[in-house]
Design a protein around this ligand. Structure first.
Ligand SMILES: [Zn+2]
Ligand SMILES: [Zn+2]
Length: 300
C-alpha cells in the first residue's frame, strides 16, 4: 500500500473532536499557548466531584490522599509517604479483582511506598504548541507516525523523560531522552526504565522536542498511539489528527475501560512486548501501535 492509500485507509479511525474531549486529550483554549482538558475520564487522575480544593492542595493520583504543596509545587510532607499499588484492580461483575502488582485484596493498603505524593496538575495548562497547516501533498499523504513517551512525575505533574516516534515503515525517526523542566518527585523507573543517572547529562528540553515534532508534522499528520492523551499532555502538544489504539480496539465493558497495549499485542500480533524487568521501551511501544493499525487496515 502506498503512502496516500495508507493515509486514506487510516482516516476512518481518526478521533472526532468529541472523542478527543471525552478521552482527556488537550484541546485548544482561546489563549494561544493554553489547552483545555476534560479530566473526567482520565483514569489515572483522581478528582473529587464537587469538591473545590484550596490552591495549595492537591489529590494524590496514586493513593487519593489530599496533600499540601508550597508555592513552587513541592509537596509538604508531614511524615506521610505515598503508599500505593502500582498495579491495577479491575471491576468484574460486582466485585473488584485483586491488584495485579501483589495479588492483594482491592481494599488492602499499598504494597509500594514512595517519598512523595504526586498529582497531574491540570490547572497549569500553559506552553502548549500545535502543528500548522500545510498544503496538500500530491499523493494526499500528510504523513503517518506512531508516538510514545515515558513520563516521570515532577512538581508540575507528568513530564516527558523519553520520547520516540516511528514512521509507517516502523523506522525510528525520533528516540531521545528529555530533561524534565521541574524537580522530579518520582522517575517512575518501574515503567520508564529510566532513573536519575540516565538523564543527569541530558540537555534536550521539552521545547527542543516540540520544535523537532512541529518540524515533522502538520496538523493533518496522523499520530498513532495507545492512550495518546497522556503523551500529548506531557508533550504539551495539541493535535487534531489522532488515532488511539485503546479506542480502535475497545474494551468489552465499554469506553470507561481500556485494554493494555501488551494485551492487544498478544491477541492481534501474537507478540510479547513489555517483558518484565525491562521497563517499557518507547520505540517498542510506538512500533507496536503502528503494527496494530497496519494489521487493522489490511484486515479491512
Ligand atoms: Zn500518594
Ligand atoms: Zn500492590
Amino acid at each position: 500500500m502506498d503512502g496516500g492509500a495508507l493515509y486514506r485507509s487510516l482516516q476512518r479511525y481518526v478521533l472526532t473532536e468529541q472523542q478527543q474531549e471525552f478521552n482527556g486529550y488537550p484541546r485548544p483554549h482561546y489563549d494561544k499557548d493554553r489547552a483545555v482538558i476534560n479530566s473526567k475520564n482520565i483514569t489515572q487522575v483522581r478528582s473529587m466531584p464537587g469538591v473545590q480544593l484550596a490552591p495549595d492542595k492537591r489529590i494524590c493520583d496514586r493513593c487519593g490522599t489530599i496533600f499540601r504543596v508550597d508555592n513552587k509545587g513541592m509537596p509538604i510532607n508531614r511524615g506521610d509517604p505515598c503508599s500505593y499499588h502500582w498495579g491495577r484492580s479491575y471491576q468484574r461483575r460486582g466485585y473488584k479483582t485483586p491488584y495485579t502488582c501483589c495479588s492483594r485484596d482491592s481494599n488492602s493498603t499499598g504494597c509500594t511506598i514512595n517519598q512523595w505524593h504526586i498529582s497531574e496538575n491540570l490547572d497549569n495548562l500553559k506552553g502548549f504548541v500545535r502543528a500548522t497547516d500545510k498544503p496538500q501533498p500530491v499523493d494526499g499523504n500528510y504523513g503517518v507516525y506512531a508516538l510514545d513517551c515515558e513520563m516521570c512525575y515532577t512538581t508540575e505533574g507528568s513530564e516527558v523523560l523519553h520520547v520516540a516516534a516511528v514512521s509507517s515503515e516502523c523506522k525510528t525517526v525520533l528516540d531521545t531522552l528529555v530533561k524534565p523542566s521541574n524537580p522530579v518527585l518520582d522517575y517512575n523507573t518501574r515503567f520508564s526504565g529510566i532513573s536519575e543517572k540516565d538523564v543527569r547529562y541530558v540537555t534536550t528540553t521539552l521545547r527542543d522536542v516540540q520544535d523537532i515534532l512541529l518540524d515533522k508534522f502538520c496538523n493533518k499528520t496522523i499520530l498513532i498511539g495507545h492512550s495518546l492523551d497522556g503523551d500529548l499532555r506531557a508533550l504539551r502538544l495539541i493535535h487534531d489528527t489522532v488515532i488511539d489504539t485503546s479506542v480502535v480496539f475497545p474494551h468489552s465493558q465499554g469506553p470507561g475501560f481500556k485494554r493494555a497495549l501488551k494485551t492487544l499485542c498478544q491477541v492481534y500480533l501474537n507478540k510479547n512486548i513489555q517483558k518484565p524487568g525491562n521497563g517499557h521501551s518507547c520505540v517498542e511501544d510506538a512500533t507496536a501501535c503502528m503494527e496494530l493499525m497496519m494489521r487493522k487496515t489490511k484486515n479491512w
